[in-house]
Design a protein around this ligand. Structure first.
Ligand SMILES: [Ca+2]
Length: 444
């Protein structure tokens, strides 16, 4: 028995019925709740919640649905752009994205289907419930609305806060710097506080006040308990004020660079967006990510397997897809200047937090010359994990004393770079973040 309900409000409560004559037991509902895609299909960049917020946070398209006071199931819509043949592309063409969920109905009678607070800009078209697989058919918008004796839209009410979720209050986003300690405004009598990323920012409570200290460029979310309620705030940590911006100094055959330094856009460390108007760099937890990320359903690659192909790739016009790449144009890039003291053969290692196997590879370019692509030895998707491709052709980088430009460009969008190490040791056994190299005061 199917029953359709229209709901247009954020956190709407949809009065719905599960047929009294249904036998008690497990029931499956699928093919439901569709956030409509605002915007015209021919203008794909103005559609559902893709891209990033101003502070670099990737946007999401989440909602949640539950039955009565059961724990709701979280639904994740597609917020990653793709090609016309990707799931994103099909959603755009259909103007609709089906999201599936399951509810367990254990007793016959009336039940409340509760649609929880959703990310902004999500519009629900229809909710379709199947108690037998295939009952709703395979049409795009499902069957006509079920017969009923209530005026369904008028009966939708705002649901109470679910008992399974703590009350969360969000504070304004906080910006701080490395080595800076500041007091969180708007919170008094705090009982406890914690950071979800102590590497970037730690918190301490003193006399009811919460103080944040920045340790590393990155992002964190802090949770504060006040009067038994939970408050949260996102924190962005920028580079230390007045920190040197000159070349990185190699010492004893080693140089270590924080990828996020590139946001300073100095002559010695800079981040360059791709020229396709779509892909750029965003501050991630402890590094930089090429956004929007790709995955198996929405690949975005910039391919080159030789110096000649790389030359064509980096010269590509904004709409050209060269070497069979799925992404157009020249890729984004990070450029760093390293002052080598000791002539030698160096190997490059990166600490990454890549989200999936379609977002985990890069090109290495030294002094404008493409040297090699990574990612020939399987997925590199560990969290804050060091990888290096020492065995591939071109990985041995002979560097003479003097300044050299080390560039990394994504081979796949979504790549997350935290730290980069150049070392004369081809098996350095790096674990955790390394102390960054010293730098000259200013560009020479
Ligand atoms: Ca890959």
């Amino acid at each position: 028995m199917g029953h359709a309900v229209s709901a247009r409000s954020r956190r709407a409560k949809c009065e719905t019925r599960v047929a009294p004559r249904c036998n008690p037991g497990r029931r499956r509902a699928r093919r439901a709740v569709t956030p409509a895609l605002p915007g015209h299909p021919r203008r794909p960049r103005s559609t559902l919640n893709e891209g990033t917020e101003d502070d670099g946070t990737p946007r999401t398209a989440r909602t949640a649905i539950g039955l009565d006071d059961q724990s709701p199931g979280l639904l994740r819509g597609n917020s990653v752009t793709g090609t016309s043949t990707s799931p994103w592309g099909f959603n755009i063409m259909h103007g609709i994205e089906p999201l599936s969920f399951t509810v367990d109905v254990t007793t016959p009678g009336w039940h409340d289907l509760v649609v929880y607070r959703s990310d902004a800009a999500i519009l629900f078209d229809r909710i379709i419930i199947e108690t037998r697989a295939g009952a709703a058919g395979d049409g795009l918008v499902g069957p006509p609305e079920s017969p009923n004796n209530i005026a369904a839209p008028q009966r939708a009410t705002v649901a109470p806060r679910p008992r399974t979720m703590p009350e969360l209050r969000r504070l304004p986003a906080i910006r701080t710097s490395v080595d800076e300690t500041s007091t969180v405004q708007g919170v008094r009598d705090a009982e406890a506080a914690k950071s979800d990323n102590e590497t970037a920012a730690s918190v301490a409570v003193t006399d009811g006040q919460v103080r944040i200290t920045g340790h590393r460029a990155g992002t964190a979310e802090i949770s504060i308990t006040v009067g038994g309620q939970a408050w949260v705030a996102s924190v962005t940590v920028g580079r230390a004020a007045g920190a040197p911006v000159g070349a990185y100094l190699e010492r004893d055959g080693s140089a270590v660079l924080d990828a996020a330094d590139a946001l300073e856009k100095s002559a010695s460390a800079t981040a360059i967006d791709g020229n396709n108007g779509t892909h750029g760099w965003a501050l991630a937890r402890n590094g930089l990510q090429v956004v929007p990320p790709a995955d198996a359903g929405a690949k975005a690659q910039w391919l080159a397997t030789s110096a000649a192909q790389a030359e064509a790739l980096f010269k590509a016009g904004p709409t050209e897809k060269v070497n069979g790449s799925s992404a157009a144009g020249a890729p984004p890039r990070l450029d760093f200047t390293v002052a080598i003291q000791t002539r030698g053969t160096y190997y490059l290692f990166v600490n990454t937090s890549n989200p999936n196997a379609d977002a985990d590879s890069y090109h290495v370019v030294v002094d404008g010359q493409w040297r090699y692509q990574s990612g020939k030895s399987g997925p590199e998707t560990g969290f804050e994990t060091w990888y290096g491709s020492t065995s591939v052709a071109g990985a041995a980088l002979t560097l003479e004393p003097g300044e050299h430009t080390i560039s990394l460009a994504p081979r796949e969008a979504g790549l997350v770079l935290n730290q980069i190490a150049l070392t004369t040791d081809d098996t350095p056994g790096l674990t955790g973040f390394q102390a960054p190299s010293g730098r000259r005061a200013s560009a020479s």
